[in-house]
Design a protein around this ligand. Structure first.
Ligand code: FEH
Ligand code: ZN
Ligand code: ZN
Length: 376
């Protein structure tokens, strides 16, 4: 945590114009609040790198798992680490081998967070978020993320220029949220759009959360007239889902027999697709329980546990399970195009960097409808 001496030093830096130190919110110890630290401002060391002044960084449930230490075996990190993989900001400095004419100092950029090696099968296939050697910002030990005043991006290839943002009236917090909360359901629903047509039904579980509030909208956009059913556990989130286009809303906390309600809505068939943006064993069980024959469960929520599916009924009904991780660079570009042309809405709650632990507590308590975004 910042000491008075450090604050004075930093203020001295700022007053004489040499901001060589910056503020970052970092994990020092699992299961403890983030520490607001004064850290050295990152510097460019190789030609492709870009230094970005962070405008906003979205708070993802994955950050809660990281901070809790839930993933320390599967995603080992070296502490201290600044989390934050959902970032937008302004170009502060360009490495000397960034091709000319693509970015200018001061441009607003979305940071695609799937930092891949560029050479493996998945990167060459355009899915860098699936890279076999990922170095995701704020999720891997080699790169601090966006809960900081600056982020060092290893290559300009991970940036999308949105310098015309004023023309399209995109806010920096919205752009940040699109890079993960907006991108993750986009990829997932684009994968199953061929299953949707008039008379079909698609359910979004966790419909009032960060991912779900975008998922509802994509289900309407890609749904070709299908019915969109929003499922969540509080009325505030369901009101948001309704505002964002849901045709039906179900409060899973109050209305216990979700299957009965869904069968009433769907004329006894069940839903063709359910997108689970939460991913607890309870939501997975409920999701499987509302599938129609041939129904598809799409998993994007990462709360944890197992995907349990009774074998006999799964086979007799030919259920399918599709898991989808984040999204790729071009899918992010597409989601940004939707935002540019006001085809999607955003529900954003901004917090200053110094109040990040308040935002984390609110997200952890399930009190966050839409997306919390940290503004350094
Ligand atoms: C979690 C873990 C690893 C990669 C990506 C994620 C998601 O939060 C990205 O949305
Ligand atoms: Zn995330
Ligand atoms: Zn790769």
């Amino acid at each position: 945590m910042m000491q008075d001496r450090q604050i004075n030093e930093r203020n001295q830096d700022l007053s004489n114009g040499s901001n060589s130190s910056i503020l970052s919110a970092r994990i020092h110890e699992y299961q403890k609040p983030l520490s607001i630290d004064i850290t050295p401002k990152p510097t460019i060391s190789t030609g492709e790198q870009v230094l970005v002044k962070v405008a906003a960084a979205g708070l993802c449930h994955s950050d809660l798992h990281l901070i809790n230490g839930d993933w320390k075996e599967i995603i080992p990190i070296k502490l201290p680490l600044a989390p934050g993989h959902e970032v937008a900001g302004w170009v502060e400095e360009l490495g000397n081998s960034v091709p000319k004419g693509i970015f200018d100092i001061g441009d607003l950029v979305a940071v695609f967070g799937g930092w891949g090696c560029g050479i493996c099968f998945y990167c060459k296939n355009g899915d860098e978020q699936l890279c076999i050697n990922p170095t995701w910002p704020g999720l891997s030990s080699s790169h601090d993320g966006g809960y900081s005043e600056y982020i060092l991006v290893p290559s300009y290839r991970f940036l999308i220029n949105v310098k015309d943002h004023q023309k399209y009236n995109i806010k920096t917090e919205e752009l940040a949220a699109l890079t993960d909360a907006g991108l993750t359901p986009y990829r997932a629903i684009k994968k199953i759009r061929h299953l949707l047509e008039p008379g079909t039904n698609v359910a979004i579980v966790g419909a009032g959360g960060g991912l779900g509030s975008y998922g509802i909208q994509y289900a309407k956009i890609f749904g070709a007239g299908s019915n969109v059913i929003a499922i969540d556990v509080n009325d505030t989130k369901l009101e948001l889902a309704e505002r964002f286009g849901a045709d039906y809303i179900i409060n899973a906390k109050i209305q216990q027999n979700i299957r009965r309600i869904v069968l009433q809505i769907t004329g006894g068939k069940g839903v063709n697709v359910v997108v689970d943006c939460v991913g607890t064993e309870e939501t997975i069980r409920n999701s499987v329980g509302i599938l129609s024959k041939g129904g598809v469960l799409v998993m994007i929520g990462l709360f944890g546990g197992q995907i349990n599916m009774p074998l006999i009924s799964a086979v007799i009904n030919e259920y399918q399970v599709i898991c989808s991780l984040w999204g790729n660079y071009n899918e992010l570009r597409e989601a940004i195009e939707l935002a540019k042309h006001q085809k999607i809405k955003h529900s954003i709650h901004s917090f200053p960097l110094t109040e990040i632990n308040k935002a984390i507590d609110s997200l952890r308590a399930g009190n966050m409808e839409g997306r919390a975004v940290i503004v350094p």
